[in-house]
Design a protein around this ligand. Sequence first.
Ligand code: AKG
Length: 275
Amino acid sequence: MVPRMDAPVSAPRLHPLNQGFAWQDAPREGLRCLTLAQVDQFNADGFFVYRSAFTPDELAAVTAAIDPLEQATVDYANSKPGGRFRLTVTESISFTIHIAGQSPVLAAFAQHPVVRDICHDLIRSPVRLYWDQSVYKKTERPREFPWHQDNGYTFVEPQQYLTLWIPLVDVDETNGCPWIAPGLHRLGTLDHWQAEAGRVCLEQAEDAVAAPAKAGDIVVFSSLAPHRTGPNLSDAVRKAYILQYAPEGAHVRLPDGSVVTQDDPQRQFRILDGQ
Ligand SMILES: O=C(O)CCC(=O)C(=O)O
């Protein structure tokens, strides 16, 4: 059970800024790399697993680029009380953000032809990298990362954008693969509450589906798909690189109503120029 810091909801409630949302189905024509079955699963369930996108050499280069940056995150968090900084807890999990802007290898990977084709098929309009981060799940103190939507952390409009959760090692239920609550993406952004491990939109999801994947696959899901990852009970670090893509013009709505367009050229670069 996820420890809660403020009042939970028993059934999903909508985020206060989520008004009049209607899910837009990804188109079923003009596809560059996806099958109709993948598009249909994305529209119905909010996710699918794309197999064999990357070679072992590509993943080795990405891992080699991330590892020293992740170590810097750990070193920094270890300089803080309890080895904690934001969501990073060095014995359990590390988050290293905005690294595509720090590494030519990662910047190129963020524009990999397969990535561009998936973005084309599911977004279509000009597309920018919105967010990138590695998430390494450590072995010393296993913990789950609770149910949330990516748009539950920062309210982006349009609410529908795309997350590519890229395992750098094989992942399954024993080392912290993603689990998805299918179908709820169609409601738009849910209300979240703050827990110690992160923001939470569901206490449990009875029809949750595990998404085990091999290194080289991509777990593709909507920014609105509630997901969690289980504890890493293995004896090796579970490494993932998470890339999120949004249509050109996507913006963050701040609590005072002002908007900030997500177009920082250093880390939110254009990866696709439209149809
Ligand atoms: O990779 C993980 O273990 C959890 C990360 C996650 O769900 C996220 O960053 O949205």
